[in-house]
Design a protein around this ligand. Structure first.
Ligand SMILES: NC(=O)c1ccc[n+]([C@@H]2O[C@H](COP(=O)([O-])OP(=O)(O)OC[C@H]3O[C@@H](n4cnc5c(N)ncnc54)[C@H](O)[C@@H]3O)[C@@H](O)[C@H]2O)c1
Length: 259
């Protein structure tokens, strides 16, 4: 049986953990060659190991999405080693919570640099190679926090709202130029990944850790957190030709939060 992304070359940012890891594994299981990228070399290599163990093909490339020269080097390497690129999943992200009044400008800029500049740089440097490869699909991971505001997450909301409209602008630019590159965003709700363990003390407001089940029970209509695979299923759909008439759209996967 042929996979849904058979023979495609795919790059996933933040592929070492959570949603990026699940997306990389799903794309590989459906026949793509995976370039797993991250700033965490050990966990990135572990994702590649898991893909290969499951019979897929993958390689790890270190890439800090906020650094333009690293994007240039990675895309140049893919052009010379793989000869093309068809799928880009801009997934790498961080969440810095807490009151807007207490957020340092440094933290604001760090979050913008990874969550929003990273998506801009990824598209800027990958679209020419994708266009030269006959076209492809870009999936940008935004959030429900890119669709509605959330107290104590204003800076994060700003980055994810930016990703939402950056996606639509890029989709139209690609369509108008006939580049055959589709661009869509995915908006996860509360998903059980390590991002919640990395949350800053200001966000916890005195607690030791985020209680994800309690949070989901209170705020998610379906009552439970989602799994990384729930999001990977949407990423695979948007990356594959199953969504061939979709561009500039937003796929909400949130257990009903936005309903
Ligand atoms: N988990 C959720 O509830 C949730 C909800 C909505 C949106 N999201 C978004 O999903 C995406 C993935 O998050 P996750 O929950 O899987 O988190 P995660 O922390 O499990 O994974 C994020 C990955 O990004 C990597 N990363 C961080 N900074 C980087 C940088 N500068 N360059 C490259 N890689 C970097 C980390 O090393 C990590 O491997 C993020 O964009 C996040 O904002 C998550």
């Amino acid at each position: 049986m042929t996979g849904r992304v058979e023979g495609k070359i795919a790059l996933v940012t933040g592929g070492a953990s959570g949603i990026g890891r699940a997306s990389a594994m799903s794309l590989a299981s459906e026949g793509a060659f995976l370039l797993v990228t991250d700033v965490d070399d050990a966990l990135g290599a572990a994702t590649v190991g898991a893909i290969e163990e499951a019979g897929g093909r993958a390689a790890f490339l270190r890439l800090d999405v906020a650094i333009e020269s690293e994007w240039q080097a990675v895309v140049d390497q893919i052009r010379s080693d793989q000869g093309g690129l068809h799928i880009l999943v801009n997934n790498a992200g961080i969440a810095i919570g807490g009151s807007l009044l207490e957020m340092s400008l440094e933290d604001w800029r760090r979050q913008q640099a990874i969550n929003l500049d990273g998506v801009f740089l990824g598209m800027k440097h990958s679209i020419p190679l994708m266009r030269d490869s006959g076209g492809g699909s870009i999936v940008n991971i935004s959030s429900v926090a890119g669709l509605k505001g959330s107290a104590n997450l204003a800076g994060y909301c700003a980055t994810k709202g930016g990703v939402r409209l950056l996606t639509k602008g890029a989709a139209l630019e690609c369509a108008h130029n006939g580049w055959k590159v589709r661009v869509n965003s995915v908006h996860p709700g509360v998903i059980d990944t390590p991002i919640w363990d990395k949350v800053n003390p200001e966000f916890l407001a005195g607690a030791n850790a985020v209680d994800l089940d309690a949070m989901a029970s209170a705020g998610v209509p379906m009552g439970v957190p989602g799994n990384p695979q729930d999001i990977a299923n949407g990423v695979l759909f948007l990356a594959s030709d199953d969504s061939s008439y979709m561009t500039g759209s937003e796929l909400v996967i949130d257990g009903g939060i936005m309903a």
